[in-house]
Design a protein around this ligand. Structure first.
Ligand code: XUL
Ligand code: CO
Length: 438
């Protein structure tokens, strides 16, 4: 039985369309900046919010109507849910999905039972992938929901909890490989601290690094070639998460000799919780060669917590696409780690949410492409750093200069040459001009 019987396959109808179940900007086969839109975005639907979200919050119970789900934690229900999920992926024309182990299959009484539940559901996922052509962008393990992880998983003070987490990740990597997953993500669910009085920070970070090294070794031993990704987030659920932002993650990877095996999965709402714009995090990762994938969502600055909303703001999506066009994304993708509001409780709201955000990203791609093709920003940046293109700049940039030489030069000159305007306001106006255009 169809889970979404009244919803057709979503088609591109163009910007003038008023059909709420059609794309206005996302035209999967249209070539923009040398690639089809499908290839640019590699849009991904997340299993946890879209198929396991209930709408409950700290103040109230579940609100979301999900008629295909019988509400039990049975393997049969998990398999039916998987079929409903693939119906949505296909109707949205989303080429990928992503999951945590415990989203797709129920946790058993023992680890062995959890493993076999996951294998049973993975069989259905594999069949559905084959039937539909939808692929797995990434898998991950949920190392935060079960109470055993109250002190963390790979940073737990309890060595057997650490071992349990390792066993869970081992299995999740194996299932991700079995399903052809192109990446594997580590979001440090409870890898952080609430209180430094009871925490050995150095020991926890050393343990986390060992955990990642063992994951890399295991992936090699089974021939999993997907990209490992760390997902930075500064707080929530812990007061301080170790993977707090791009700078912290890159420092960690360099300190523990993990740079060959890991890149980063950046999420807008995590960037803003860290006090950064998403564009900052994209630049910080991209410029250092660590941009792997993105979790596409947005927060609400007035609420200030991880609200995981669907991004619909063209200004944000334009900025993201400027960075993605500059640095590239594959084998990552644009993953909707976003949930409908608990007041948007009907199944059709899942479609409105994804369609709107896919369109917002497609509009952002079109605007960012025009900005880049006409060099509207890059020409200003090139001009701004022109003084560095001469002999002096080259000498410094290639490490062939000393303080003494620079002092000699400036003693001779007496004063540096005059500065030029940064033109920030003009550039903001120019970006708006591109946003006006179609
Ligand atoms: C949590 C978050 C996770 C990761 C996957 O804030 O973003 O859903 O994306 O574990
Ligand atoms: Co995320």
């Amino acid at each position: 039985m169809a889970a979404f019987p009244d919803i057709p396959k979503i088609q591109y109808e163009g910007p003038e369309s008023k059909n709420p179940l059609a794309f206005r900007w996302y035209n999967p086969d249209e070539v923009v900046a040398g690639k089809t839109m499908r290839e640019h975005f590699r849009f991904t639907v997340v299993y946890w919010h879209t198929f396991r979200g209930t709408g409950s919050d700290p103040f109230g119970a579940a609100t979301l109507q999900r008629p295909w789900d019988d509400g039990t934690e049975s393997v049969d229900n998990a398999c039916n849910r998987a079929r409903a999920a693939f119906e949505l992926f296909e109707k949205l024309d989303a080429p990928f999905y992503a999951f945590h182990d415990r989203d797709v299959a129920p946790e058993g009484q023992t680890l062995a039972e959890s493993h076999s539940n996951l294998d049973a559901v993975a069989k259905v996922l594999k069949e559905e992938q084959k039937r539909s052509g939808v692929g797995l962008l990434w898998g991950t393990a949920n190392l935060f929901s079960n109470p055993r992880y109250m002190h963390g998983a790979a940073t737990s003070c309890n060595v057997e909890v650490y071992a349990y987490a390792a066993a869970q990740v081992k299995k999740a990597i194996e299932v991700t490989k079995e399903l052809g997953g192109e990446n594997y993500v580590f979001w440090g669910g409870r890898e952080g601290y609430q209180c430094l009085y009871n925490t050995d920070m150095k020991r926890e970070l050393d343990h986390l690094a060992q955990f990642f090294h063992m994951a890399v070794d295991h992936a090699k031993s089974i021939g999993f070639t997907g990209q490992f990704l760390i997902e930075p987030k500064p707080k929530e659920p812990t007061k301080h998460q170790y993977d707090s932002d791009v700078a912290a993650c890159v420092n960690f990877l360099r300190a523990y000799d993990l740079t060959d095996s890991f890149k980063l999965n950046l999420e807008t709402n995590h960037a803003t919780l860290a006090g950064h714009e998403m564009l900052h995090e994209l630049e910080a990762a991209g410029s250092q060669g660590f941009l792997g994938s993105i979790d596409a969502n947005t927060g609400d600055l007035l609420l200030g917590w991880d609200t995981d909303q669907f991004a619909t703001n063209y200004y944000l999506t334009t900025q993201i696409m400027l960075a993605l066009l500059k640095y590239g994304l594959s084998p990552g993708g644009v993953n909707f780690d976003a949930k409908v509001r608990r007041e948007s409780f009907e199944p059709v709201d899942l479609f409105y949410a994804h369609i709107g955000s896919m369109d917002a990203f497609a509009r952002g791609l079109r605007v960012a492409t025009a900005i880049r093709e006409e060099g509207a920003l890059s020409s200003v940046v090139t001009e701004r750093y022109k003084s560095w293109d001469g002999d002096l700049g080259k000498k410094i940039e290639t490490g062939k200069c000393s303080f003494a030489e620079l002092e000699k030069l400036m003693l001779e000159k007496g004063e540096a040459s005059a500065n030029t305007s940064g033109r920030q306001e003009l550039l903001e106006n120019i970006v708006n001009r591109y946003l006006d255009k179609r």
